[in-house]
Design a protein around this ligand. Structure first.
Ligand code: NAP
Length: 326
């Protein structure tokens, strides 16, 4: 089993920024990218607000740049999903399929996944009219009528994108006010192909082999009605991917990793960055910033720990970390 100074789990903007900084600090990081590398930006189209790209850049192209930059400084990238993480002793053990490594430090940047409505038949009709990714599935709805659920920036972005294919896009929101930023809301509202249904919850799905209708409940009158659609795109936010660390480090009531000093988890030697610990900003640039902070903190901590180990003659993996404030 090989031993690494630092393992990074996840390869969105947070994980790959951590990899760039850790590689430049000679921590020789190993990144478990996951089988779907690149994080949520792989599922977006144009990213218009990432500083340094005044004309905008496609999400997948931006992530390609991150990868190239991390590899340029020697980060090792493995396209594997971590299946087990043992944080009970140092060095930590990380298993990804048949690969097992030990590491003095771990950076968690596992991101977040799209939320589903939790309706009966949702999974049965997933890929048969229901999707959480307009960029992935929009193409299949050329000439069709589509609904998008949600009132945030993602819902506006998806609705605007889907007008490239659909004849009509209806945004269904549970309130009468959007959560989306003003610029995104205005862009969606001025698009002739987009209309809005306010104060509506999707409470049911109908269709044998593919989605045919959705059932809507009016949140004010409580009336129910059927609404015919060919496709339903869910854009109702994300949940943090914390199944690997549940019960091992502290999570908040919504499942986000609790960090102090921005990126330190409740377990010494384990840092968290990006959407897995950020329920507030959730931007690519803030994720990248926290990845940078995690790598710098890891470098300082691991260096100090190694120094103490040497000074006290302890073996690698000893409890030298007890001497360091966490
Ligand atoms: P979000 O801001 O949390 O919005 C989620 C939306 O879904 C809200 O309108 C919410 O309704 C609704 N919702 C949540 N659960 C629901 C349910 N069970 N049933 C029906 N509706 C439900 O999430 P997001 O839009 O994915 O955005 C996340 C972050 O990414 C934000 O910070 C956003 O600014 C950012 N983002 C930015 C861009 C951009 O700048 N281009 C693009 C995409 C995302 P309520 O409003 O009633 O809570």
């Amino acid at each position: 089993m090989s031993e690494k100074q630092l393992v990074i789990i996840g390869s969105g903007p947070a994980g790959l920024t951590a990899a760039i900084y850790a590689a430049r600090a000679n921590l020789d990081p190993l990144v478990f990218e996951g089988t779907q590398s690149g994080g949520q930006l792989m599922l977006t189209t144009e990213v218009e607000n990432y500083p340094g790209f005044p004309e905008g850049i496609l999400g997948p192209d931006l992530m390609d740049n991150f990868r190239t930059q991390a590899e340029r400084f020697g980060a090792e990238l493995q396209p594997l999903d971590v299946t087990e993480l043992d944080l009970s002793q140092r060095p930590f053990r990380i298993r990804a399929g048949n690969t097992e490594v030990r590491a003095q430090g771990v950076i968690l940047s596992t991101g977040a996944s799209a939320r589903w409505l939790g309706l009966e038949d949702e999974m049965r009709l997933s890929g048969k009219g229901i999707s959480t990714c307009a960029t992935c599935d929009g193409f299949f709805f050329r000439g069709k009528e589509i609904a998008v659920v949600g009132g945030g920036d993602s819902a506006m972005e998806e609705a605007i994108f889907l007008t490239k294919f659909a004849t009509k896009v209806t945004v269904i929101h549970r309130r009468d006010q959007l959560r989306a930023s003003k610029i995104m809301a205005e862009r969606a509202m001025s698009n002739e192909k987009i209309s809005f249904l306010w104060n509506k919850h999707v409470t049911g799905l109908k269709g044998e082999n593919t989605l045919e209708k959705i059932v809507l409940e009016d949140t004010v009158t409580k009336d129910h009605s059927d609404f015919a659609v060919d496709g339903l795109f869910l854009a109702i936010g994300h949940d943090p991917n914390t199944s690997l660390v549940k019960g091992k480090i502290d999570l908040d009531s919504s499942g986000y990793i609790i960090t102090h000093r921005e990126v330190r988890t409740s377990q010494p030697g384990v840092w968290a960055c990006g959407d897995v610990q950020d329920s507030i900003w959730r931007q690519a640039i803030t994720a990248a910033g926290s990845g940078c902070a995690a790598a710098i903190d890891a470098e300082r901590y691991l260096e100090e720990e190694a120094f103490l180990r040497e000074a006290t003659g302890q073996q690698s993996g000893g409890q030298g970390n007890q001497e360091i404030e966490w």
